[in-house]
Every structure is written in C-alpha cells, then in structure tokens.
Ligand binder design. Structure first.
Ligand code: FAD
Length: 132
C-alpha cells in the first residue's frame, strides 16, 4: 500500500485481517502528517449527507467503527450530535432531509432556539433544523 492516510491504513488493516501479508509505504515519518488530508486528531462523522448513497455508507461504516473500537479498546466515534440549519424547502435542506435516518429530529425555527438557546435564527423564520 503506497500512502498511509486513513484510507491506506484502513485498507492495510482489512487486507491483513483477511490473512494477506501487507506492506505499507509512507513518504512522511508518520501517518496523519500535516502535509496530508488525514492531518489532525478529529473528524466530523455524521449520518446527514447530501445524498442517500453517502448516508448508507455512513450507516455501514458505523458498524466498522464499532468493530475497530472493540478490537482496539478505544472509543473512536464520540457522538456529540449535529445540527443542520437551512431554509425550509431549499435545495440543501431537501437533500439533507431526504437522507434523514429515523433518529433525526426535524426542528421548527422556534424549536431550534428552545433546544439551543445560544442559537438565534428568528431573523429568518424560514430557517429550520435537522438534529442528527
Ligand atoms: C482540513 C480538512 C478537514 C476535513 N474534515 C473532515 C471531516 O470533518 N470529516 C470527514 O469525514 N472528512 C474530513 N476531511 C476529509 C478527510 O480527512 C479525507 O477524505 C481523508 O483524510 C483522506 O484520506 P486519504 O487516506 O485518502 O488521504 P491522505 O490522508 O492525504 O493520505 C494519503 C497519504 O499518502 C501519502 N503519499 C502520497 N504519495 C505518496 C508516495 N508517492 N509515497 C508514499 N506516500 C505517499 C501521503 O503522505 C499521505 O499520508 C477533511 C479534510 C481536510 C483536508
């Protein structure tokens, strides 16, 4: 495997867990170097995606993250929730809403401010929320 960002490392892990011998090559001294996309110690992970294909992939990947957490004994996915705010019936809103899993709550303009008092959205009554 040439390149050990999160995709290369994940591929190495899955191939080796199937019994294959794998060698990984990385140009930097360590994975997640600042010159790569995998830089940093955190990434947002969310169900809400702009299309169903991506949401399905996130649902599937959740099982894989759980397996990896079990194997490593480390919590990797830390659920904090995600609030998407957009104008009702806008293109963005409709895309996200169409991929909402049953857990996603649809919030009215008023409900956003009740649930998140620090959020002010009353300047635009068309703004509504999706709480993942
Ligand atoms: C600022 C930023 C924020 C992001 N935030 C999120 C987020 O919140 N949530 C999310 O899901 N995604 C996020 N992403 C996207 C996600 O981080 C990337 O999709 C993912 O890290 C890509 O991983 P990768 O393994 O394909 O690439 P990389 O991490 O770039 O890995 C490629 C590796 O290949 C190595 N390499 C390249 N050429 C060679 C060579 N010739 N020889 C040896 N090694 C080589 C590189 O050094 C590197 O380590 C973000 C991306 C960026 C840049």
């Amino acid at each position: 495997m040439i390149g050990l960002g999160c995709i290369g490392l994940s591929t190495c892990h899955h191939l080796s867990s199937q019994g294959l011998k794998v060698i990984g090559f990385e140009q930097y001294p360590y994975s997640g170097h600042s010159g790569t996309s995998s830089f940093g110690n955190a990434r947002i992970w969310r169900h809400l995606q702009p299309n169903q294909e991506s949401t399905d992939l996130m649902i599937k990947s959740q099982e894989k993250w759980k397996e990896l957490e079990k194997e490593s004994g480390t919590q990797l996915l830390v659920p904090n929730g995600l609030l998407v705010v957009a104008e009702e019936n806008s293109k963005d809103y409709n895309e996200y809403a169409s991929t909402a899993t049953p857990d996603v709550q649809f919030l009215s303009n008023k409900a956003i401010m009740e649930k998140f008092p620090a959020m002010r959205v009353d300047h635009n009554p068309k703004l509504v929320g999706l709480w993942d």
